[in-house]
Write a protein that binds this ligand. Structure first.
Ligand code: ADP
Ligand code: MG
Length: 408
């Protein structure tokens, strides 16, 4: 069998017309001799009647602590609806099609309701249905615990479902269909002349995704990478070839260095973060103080990012939502803290950054020419991050996009 995983996001399934388009893509794959496994998200976005966020608003404000188990049951409904509708659409084209929930498809997760991790995939049922000539539609974003409880996989979870199935079924490719024509050099919503990347490495897209490029979930990339299953990001609405994600750039010989042709692949941004600067000058035991700060954050389940431990201060960021809670904790511990709310993290990502002199200099120049203040910075061999005021975020992304000539 030539198994192909095809994942369709919420906007791709939003109307009858779009679902007909989705069905024709699946049908084409069948006629090319593939056995498709089709992973679906819930229909539409927040506000649309069958979107997951809409379901959540129905229970909001009734009782303060509806258990996460029940919330997951509610959140798993959207994909069941879209999957059923898609099966009907496929049947109307004369295809044999069957819908499996995450659990029925063999996706076993841990008990972490709301953000469950896949621990195993048992693909026997899918394989049986494929062998019988069915297109197998699988509800994305969900699985089942060992004891049969329905769980959901967190934001972007349908991408993870697609990758996990692609790996378990040893698919020829995992095709992520969405509302853009591929992975772009920046989010097209803020950079008008962002370009589509023909190829990126797993590593580059993983970094871009972790740094805020929402086009694919980073966990999905990591899973596909484990078995080197090619990932393709394509548009549901056009014939454009999309972006191929692999280890190698296909036009290069095996063993050659991918880092020479392009320094920066793309720019990502994460808004809504708050910076903390905690003065530790007076601390009698600096190491112990540092440890106490991070322990306190961890105990309160506050995840910290952009950490910089310096001789006289500790800097880090948290998401705006939990900033007030973090301020409270630090006040209770009697720390002198500077807080900068409403910041954004802007990152340039590229396999070619390592060892190329002057990238940081160019970044600093571009930002200062654009009048953007850098509040903090950090780097790794594939990424340079800067923290800026959120009001400067769009300017910063656009200035960097231009500086690194990503528009040409
Ligand atoms: P889906 O519902 O299909 O999963 P998403 O909204 O999750 O779609 O992802 C697609 C969106 O990701 C695009 O509409 C685009 O605005 C956004 N996006 C952010 N960064 C990028 C990028 N670098 N390349 C392409 N799209 C991006
Ligand atoms: Mg998505």
């Amino acid at each position: 069998m030539h198994i192909l995983v095809q994942k369709f996001g919420g906007t791709s399934l939003a109307t009858d017309e779009r679902r007909a388009q989705v069905a024709s893509i699946v049908s084409e794959a069948v006629h090319e001799g593939y056995s498709p496994v089709v992973v679906v998200s819930a229909i539409g976005r927040s506000g649309d009647p069958y979107a997951t966020d809409t379901f959540l608003t129905m229970v909001k404000g009734i009782h303060p602590d509806l258990p996460k188990r029940e919330l997951d049951l509610l959140m798993s409904c959207g994909e069941v609806i879209s999957g059923t509708v898609l099966v009907s659409t496929l049947k109307s084209l004369g295809l044999k099609a069957v819908l499996l929930t995450g659990g029925q498809a063999g996706i076993i997760t841990n008990n972490d309701f709301g953000d469950a991790r896949i621990v195993r995939v048992e693909p026997a049922e899918i394989l049986e249905q494929l062998a019988a000539g069915y297109v197998v539609v699988v509800t994305g974003f969900q699985g089942v615990t060992e004891s049969g409880q329905i769980t959901t996989l967190g934001r972007g979870g349908s991408d993870t479902t697609a990758s996990a199935l692609g790996v378990a079924l040893n698919a020829e490719s995992i095709d992520i269909y969405t509302d853009v024509e591929g992975i772009m050099t920046a989010d097209p919503r803020i950079v008008e002349d962002a370009r589509i990347l023909d190829t990126v490495t797993y590593n580059e897209i993983c970094q871009l995704a972790y740094q805020g490029a929402k086009v694919i979930h980073p966990r999905a990339v990591e899973i596909a990478m484990q078995r080197n299953i090619p990932l393709r990001i394509k548009s549901t609405f056009s014939k454009a070839p999309g972006t191929l994600v692999t280890n190698m750039h296909p036009d290069r010989e095996v063993g050659t260095d991918i880092t020479t042709d392009r320094i920066i692949a793309g720019i990502a941004h994460t808004p809504n973060v708050t910076q903390f600067k905690i003065m530790t000058t007076d601390a009698s035991n600096k190491q112990l103080t540092d440890k106490r700060i991070f322990k306190a954050m961890a105990l309160a389940d506050i995840s910290v990012d952009f950490i910089s431990v310096q001789p006289e201060a500790v800097l880090y960021t948290v998401s705006d939502e939990v900033a007030a809670k973090a301020v409270q904790i630090l006040q209770n511990m009697d720390f002198e803290t500077e807080v900068v709310p409403s910041c954004a993290k802007v990152s340039i990502v590229g396999a070619g950054i390592a060892g190329v002199p002057g990238v940081m200099a160019d970044m600093v120049e571009a930002l200062s020419d654009a009048g953007v203040t850098i509040l903090q910075s950090a780097d790794s061999h594939t990424t340079i991050w800067v923290l800026v005021h959120q009001r400067d975020m769009v300017t910063a992304v656009q200035a960097l996009h231009k500086k690194f000539k990503l528009d040409i």
